[in-house]
Each structure stands twice: as C-alpha cells, then as structure tokens.
Design a protein around this ligand. Structure first.
Ligand code: AMP
Ligand code: GLY
Length: 429
C-alpha cells in the first residue's frame, strides 16, 4: 500500500515512522513534512490546506490511504473532498469534525447525550457572557467557539479575569473570527488526562492511556502550550476508570454523533478532567494529540495500517490493539521564547549522536535543512525527544540523557516531564 500523511509536525513524524514499519506499506509520502520526516517518508511540498493539490497528488501517485494529522483541514472538509474524489481517507468528515471545530456544538452534543462535562452557556454578546459568568460565580473558563490553534481557552480565577477574557475574545477578537461566539463554563479541578479511541462510525477502540504537560513551566506552571511533554501509560487511569470513560463519555458520544447523522470516523481524543465527581470532558479533538501521538506510536505493537484501514471500512469491531509493556515518554524541546515570540533558525547539533541511542527516537516538530546541510529550528516546538523504558521513570532518564547529548543552546525543555506518573507509581509502591 501507498500512504500519504498530511501535516508537518511531530505527530506526523511519528505516524510516518509507525506506518513505515508496516509490512503492508510500500511507500510513505508526507505533505509537506519536515527535515526529520524526510528520513521516514518522501516529503512533497504541498500545504495541508491545499486540498486540490493534495487530491491531484494522491490520484497521480495511486495512494491507497490518506492520513490527516491536524484538525484544521478536517474541519474544512479535507476528508469529504478526498472521499468524493474516490480516495480512502482516515479522519472525520467536516460534519463530524465540528466536535472540535465548534466548542458550542461540542457542549450541546454532550448535553443532549448526557455526557459529563462542566456546566456552561453559549453566548454571542459580551453582555450575556458577562452576566452568565457572574451567575456561575467562582472560577470560570472562557472559550472562543471556533478553532484558535489551541489558544482560544482562558482560565479565569476571578470575575475580573473573566471580564477581561470576554473582552479580549469577543470585543478585541484576540483569536479572530473564532471569538464571534464564546462558551463560558465552570472551571473544573482535578487531574487531566488525554483519552484516545479509534472510531469507525459505531465502534470505538480505546488506545493506551496518556497524560501530557500543557504548561510551559516546571511544576505545570506558566502559560499553556501545544504540549511540552507526555508519557504512556498514565497510572492515574486504572482499568476501572478507563471502562468508566468508555461507558460514560466515548460510547455515548460516538452513538450520539451517529444518531444525529454525523457518524464519527477517525481518532476521537477526549481531554478529560478526573474530578472528585468522576471524569468530565474538557474538550474533544478529532485527531491524534501532539505530543501524545509520539508516545503512543512508540508503544504500539500492532501494525497501525490495518487499524486505520478498519476505521475507514467500519470494521473496528473485529480488531484488537496490542501494546508493548514498556513505558514511553517524550520531552519537547522548543525554541527560547516559546510560547511567546521565539528565536528562529538556530542550528541544532548532536542529532547523529542521539540517533545511535537504542531506546531513543527523536521526532521532529519543526526543523529544516539549511544551505550547508545543517538541521535548523523552524518553529516554536522543534524536537520531541522520545524514549522507552521499563517504567515511566526509566523512560524519563533515557529521554533526558538524549537531551543532554544535543547541542542546541537556543532550545529549552522542561526538566520534570512525567512527574505525576512517577509520583503515582512511587505512592503505589
Ligand atoms: P482546549 O483548548 O479546549 O483544549 O482547552 C485547553 C486546556 O484548557 C485543557 O486541556 C485544560 O487544561 C484547560 N481547560 C479547558 N476547559 C477547562 C475547564 N472547564 N476547567 C479547567 N480547565 C479547563
Ligand atoms: N497535546 C494536546 C493536543 O494535541 O491538543
């Protein structure tokens, strides 16, 4: 089979790496890819939003499966266009991708189907939004309705913060048209996990458990990012909790989408808060997480290709997923300044040394090769140093050894990725 992966980040690097190991896979292409992805796939310079060029390429190359990494093309209907052109595409239709494309739609869907989530309201005027924030009292979260590159969510501990967040999103349009409508909801307290299931319209197959670190600073402090690290398994998710999440969150959502005529196919990614009151959904995404995908791919024992094909063919009911017993952990290295304005184009050395480490794989999130053939940073999140080990702690040690072997003064990473898992494991002996 010939496969085309759409996207250019660490998630897509991990998908290409996993696909290339499939004995069924004859060729992997990635559009547009990056300098690291070029080691696993043939990169083609077509942007993820250039639907017509992607379709033309896939047809000309006889592509058997298109795998879409990021949410934006899915929300804009890339999977629908691919399907209409006679191509097989892993990922939801635009109607199903609305689960991530509109936070208001997501909340209403959960309300209609009894999926546990924070109390909320949807508003089109700042006056109404403010009134509801006051009525809720206590800490709230203000969310731009539409896609905002992972930035449209503001946690507010006081009413004054809520007022200024509403002003920023709705009046000053800090996230552009995504802020024409907002969701105002209660702030939930607890431990957050990323829950992934492969879905084929009716059947949902849970993947291994994962947690990521969103905050830029150690101890999970400072501004939120796309993700500074992740690990799998997440010991906080016991088998009982996993079953509860499947029964109360994933299956009702998949069934609700089907009943409403928007059958969901692809990866359903629930951000779940484990509250004193049980698991509650913070948000749904319609794709793999980045960097969660990287740790999942390192632990995946099954061939990924038949699983993605089964999601497209509505045949997941007959599939199983096997995982390696080993834990995996990723440390994201970002350019200094990220998630604010960051240093661009700096040279990264030592990737060869790290490539020789047996338990380590570096997935590239944003790199390019300069005129002299050197690896350069080309984005905010730049590298994902990923490792396996007998435990999360062992994987963590391997990953930080690899970080130490890299020579990139303009880059930084958090030094405490995995601390929750390591604390849990220690507590449980
Ligand atoms: P989102 O952009 O919807 O993924 O939200 C980003 C992050 O904001 C989530 O992963 C949570 O860490 C946090 N968040 C969103 N909603 C809430 C909430 N109701 N209570 C607490 N944290 C939240
Ligand atoms: N790491 C969280 C996300 O991909 O949205």
């Amino acid at each position: 089979m010939r496969v085309l992966v759409v996207g250019s980040g660490g998630r897509e690097h991990a998908l290409c790496w996993a696909l290339r190991q499939s004995p069924l896979c004859r060729a992997v292409f990635c559009a547009p890819g990056n300098a690291g992805i070029a080691a696993e796939a043939t990169c083609v310079s077509i942007a993820a939003h250039d639907t017509n060029a992607l379709i033309a390429f896939a047809q000309a190359q006889g592509i058997d499966l298109v795998v879409v990494g990021p949410e934006e093309p899915l929300v804009k209907g890339l999977a629908d266009h691919m399907t209409a052109a006679g191509l097989r595409c892993f990922g939801p239709s635009a109607q199903a991708a609305l689960l991530e494309g509109s936070k208001g739609f997501m909340k209403d869907l959960m309300a209609r189907h009894g999926v546990p989530t924070a109390e909320y309201g949807r508003f089109q005027t700042p006056t109404d939004a403010r009134a509801f924030a006051h009525a809720l009292g206590g800490p709230v979260v203000i969310k731009a309705d539409g896609l905002a590159a992972g930035k449209g969510v503001i946690l507010c501990h006081t009413l004054a913060e809520a007022e200024s967040a509403i002003d920023a999103v709705m009046v000053r349009r800090a996230f552009g048209p995504a802020g024409a409508e907002v969701v105002v909801e209660r702030l939930l307290v607890g431990e957050e996990i990323s829950f992934f299931a492969l879905v084929d319209g009716t059947t949902a197959l849970p993947l291994a458990t994962v947690q990521d670190h969103k905050a830029v600073g150690e101890g999970d402090t400072g501004p939120n990012t796309g993700g500074m690290g992740a690990y799998s398994p997440a010991p906080v998710v016991t088998p009982e909790l996993e079953e509860e999440i499947m029964a109360r969150i994933i299956r009702p959502t998949v069934q609700g989408m089907a009943v409403e005529g928007r059958p969901f196919r692809g990866v359903l990614f629930a951000g779940v808060m484990i509250t004193a009151d049980g698991p509650k959904v913070l948000e749904f995404n319609v794709r793999f997480g980045d960097p969660e995908c990287q740790v999942l791919m390192l632990r995946l024992k099954s061939d990924i290709l038949p699983l993605l094909m089964a999601s497209c063919a509505r045949e997941l009911a007959s599939m199983e997923v096997d995982w390696h017993d080993q834990a995996s952990l990723i440390v994201v290295m970002a350019a200094r300044g990220y998630p604010g304005d960051y240093v661009r184009g700096s040279i990264i050395r030592g990737l060869d040394t790290v490539a020789a480490l047996p338990a380590v794989k570096v997935f590239h999130a944003g790199t390019r090769i300069d005129d002299l053939g050197r690896f350069c940073a080309d984005g905010g999140r730049v590298l994902g140093v990923t490792a396996v080990g007998a435990t999360v702690a062992a994987a963590q040690a391997q990953a930080y050894d690899a970080v130490a072997a890299l020579d990139w003064p303009e880059g930084f990473c958090r030094r405490d990725i995995g601390w929750r898992a390591i604390t849990h494991t220690t507590r449980q002996g």
